[in-house]
Write a protein that binds this ligand. Sequence first.
Ligand code: PEP
Ligand code: MG
Length: 908
Amino acid sequence: MNASSKFVYLFGSGRTEGSADMKNLLGGKGANLAEMCRLGIAVPSGFTISTEACTEFTQRGRTPVLALIEAQVLHGVAFVEAEMGRKFGDATNPLLLSVRSGARASMPGMMDTILNLGLNDQAVLGLAAKANNERFAWDSYRRFIQMYGDVVMNLKPSSKEEHDPFEVIIDMLKEKRGVQLDTDLDASDLKELVQRFKSLIRARTGHDFPTDPWEQLWGAIWAVFESWNNERAKIYRELNDIPQSWGTAVNVQAMVFGNLGDHSATGVAFSRDAGTGEDLFNGEFLVNAQGEDVVAGVRTPQQVSLLGSRRWAELAQVAEAERARSFPSLEELMPDIYTQLLHFETTLENHFKDMQDIEFTIQEGKLWMLQTRNGKRTGAAMVRIAMEMLQQGMIDEKTALQRVSPDRLNELLHPIFDPKALASAVPIARGLPASPGAASGQIVFFADEAEAWAKKGKAVILVRQETSPEDLRGMSVAKGILTARGGMTSHAAVVARGMGKCCVSGAGAVHVDMKARTMTIGGMDYAEGDWISLNGSTGEVFEGKITTKNAELSGDFGRLMALSDRYKRLEVRTNADTPEEARMAHSFGATGIGLCRTEHMFFEGERIVAVREMILADDESGRRKALAKLLPIQRGDFEGLFAAMSGLPVTIRLLDPPLHEFVPQDDASQRVMAADMHVSLGKIKMRVDELHEFNPMMGHRGCRLGISYPEITEMQARAIFEAGLNMRAKGIDVKAEIMVPLVGTAREFNLQAAVIRRVADAVFAERGEVLPYLLGTMIETPRAALVADSIGKVAEFFSFGTNDLTQMTLGFSRDDAAKFLPDYLKNGVYEQDPFRSIDQTGVGMLVQMAVQKGRSVRPGIEVGVCGEHGGDPASVAFFHRAGLDYVSCSPYRVPIARLAAAQAAIGV
Ligand code: PEP
Ligand code: MG
C-alpha cells in the first residue's frame, strides 16, 4: 500500500465507483449503497473508506493511515458537498454527515452510528435558519453530541446504576420542566441540554467537545476503525466465524432528515414478509421522526402498505375509521412516495434476487434510500421465499436449495411458542438447545409421576438432574424435558430428539432437590406442579405457561424436500426404536432405519421384569428362562419396525449398554424390585455391586455382553429372523440388517457372527424358508477404524457410531464433557462441540481411513453413520465427501439431513 493506492470510493448520482460485488473491499453496506446508485435509486451521496484502510490502521496506527487517506477523504467530502449543494462546517447552509461502520458480513451492534456530524455552535444556527425550525436544529445537535460523546469520546457511566449519563441529564431536565417525553422539550430546553452535555464531556473525559467539523470527522473515522477490535466485535466474530483480518469499511454519507415536519418521515421495510415469507411488501414508518425513533418503540409506527395497515389494525383491534384517521398507511398518506418506494423495492429485489430489508427517509416530500440488504427471516419464511422465487423464475433450483439453512427447518417441524405470547416472556435460565420445539407444562421430578399426571390429562415437564433409561416412559409422556446436567448427546438429549420432544439439557443454574421436590433457579424456588415453559430450539427456560401452536408443513416444505432428493447422493435413514418413530421418520422422508437401539425396548412395561430376571440369574439356564420370556416381545417389536419400513432397510443393533443400566441404583427402588421379583434385597444389592464399573462406557457393554452371554445374542437374532419371516408372510418386503456394536477386532465380530448365523440357519431350517439379511458392524472404537480392512473382510456393512468414536478418540466422556467443553470452545481448542459436529480433522480422519480400508477389501461395502452427527449439516457435508452411502439421524432431523445432503452434493 502506498499513497497512490485507492482507499476511498465515491457514490452518488453523478459518480459511483463501487458496486455490489465489491463487498470485501467496501463492506456489505457500502457495496450495496454503491449498487443502489448504479440502479438509479435516490441515495444521499457519500463515500466509503475501504476495509483495506482499516487493516492498515490496525497494523500501523493513525498517523501513517492519515497520510494515506487524507487527500482522498478531503476529495470525498468535496464530492458530497457538490452533489448536495451544501458546505461541510458552513454557518449558513451546513452539510451534515452520518458515519457508519460496515464489514463484509453484517455485525449488528458492533458500533453505533454517528448522525448529524458537522454541527457546532455556528452550524446549528445555519441549520435552524435553513430548516426554519429551531427546535429541530438543537435537537439534532444534542443527539449528535450524545452519540459522539458515547461512541467517539468513550464517555462511560460512572456507576453501574447510571446506565447512560446523558439520559440522566435529560431525565433531570424533564422533571424540572414537569414533562414526560423528550418531544415535550422545546428549543431552549434542548439548547440547555447541549451546554450540559458539553460540560459533562469536559468533566468526565478532560477534553472539550470538538467544534471543528474536520476534527469531528477524523475522530469518528478512527473510532469506527478502532471499533473493529473492541470486545463486542471480537466476541461477535468469534461466535460467527468472522476472520479478524477482514476489517471494517467506513461509510460517510450526507444526512437527510425525516424529522423536518409532516412531509418528512423515516422507516424500514421488507420486500416479503420476514415472518411467513408471503410475497407482500411490508414495513413501518413514522412521520416527522429519525430512524432511531422507529426502533425505539416510543411511538406506534404506521404501516407502509394499506393491506399491511388493515392487517395490523385487525391484530391491534383498532377500528377502520380510527386506523384511517390516526394510523394511515404510507400508501394513503403519501401515495406518490409509496409508488416510488414500491418501485425501488421491486427493482432491488429483482436485482439482488432475494428478499430485501430496506431503510428509507422522506425529507420534505423527497424519498431517499439509506440501506438495502438481504433480510433476515424465520425458517418458514426461508422455505417459502426460496420456493416461490424458484417458481417465479427469479432463481434456479440450486440457488433455491442454497437459500435455506438446514438447521432452520427445525422451526417448521416442532410446535412453536405463539410469538405474541413469547414477546413478554423473560427467560429464568438457559441450558443447551438439546431438542427443538416449545413446551409448557407443570413441573414433575419423577418419571412415574409424569406418567400418572399425564394419564390425568395434565401437561408435564419432567425436570431431572439427568435422565436414565428408566425415565423413558415418563419422558415419552412429558411435553418437555429439562435437565440440570448433560450435554447434547446426553441420554435426555438423544432420547428427546428421537421422540421429537422438546428438551433443554445441562441448565447449570437449575438446582434440583428431588427430596424436597423443588428446583431452585437464582434464589427462586419452583415446586412440583408449578408451570414452566421450555424452548428447546434456544435452550431457554421460562416461568409460567406460554401458549404454543403446532407446526404446519406447507406445500413449499414438501417441494423443497422433493428438490433436495433430486440433488442429494447420500441416503437419509433414521434412528428409530419404535414403529411410531419409524412411521414419523418415514413421513419425513427417511429411506430406512439406520439404527434401532434394541435396549430401549427393554424398559417398557413387563419386559424390564424379564430383563432383570435375566440379570439376576445365577447361570446360563436361568438366563435362558428369562430370555425365553423376552423373545416373543422382541419379535413383536421387530415386526412393527419391518412393517413400518416395508421395502426399506431396517438396521437392528444388538444389545449395547452395560447391564447396570437396567437395575435400580437407589435403595427404595431396589426394595420394590426385591418385592416384585420375590428375591432378597441382599441378592439385588450384591448383583448391583457386581455390575458396578468405574468406567462403564469402557466396561462390560456392546459385543462384550454377547461374547460373555451368547444366549442374549441368540434370543435377539431369533427374534429378528422370526419377525422377518412372519412379516414377509404378510406381504411385507423385509430388508433386515443386523449390527454388532462396539467391536474392535475381527475376532470379536466373528464370535458374534457365528452365533447369529447359527441361529439363522436353525430358524430357516425350522421354517423351511430363508430370509436374506446383511450382517455388519458398528465402527465406533478407534481400533475398529484402524483395522477396518480386516473387519471388512468379514462384516457386510459398516455403520459409524460417531458418538462412541468421538468419545473414545478424544478421550472425553460424552456424559461429562459438558463441564469443560464451554472452556474448550471459548479457548478455541475445538471450534464446535465435537459431539454435535464431527471433529473432521481427528475423528473424521478415522472415518475416511476406515471407508478406504473397508472398500479395499470389500468393494461397494455399504457404509453409513448412525451417531448424532448424522443429523448435523456440516457433518453431513463431511460424510458426503468421505463417500458414505447414508447418514442416519433422529426422525426430526431427517428433513435437515436431506437438505444438507443436497447442499453437499451441489457443493455449498
Ligand atoms: C454411537 O456410538 O455413535 C452410537 C450410535 O451408539 P450409541 O449412541 O447408542 O452408543
Ligand atoms: Mg455407540
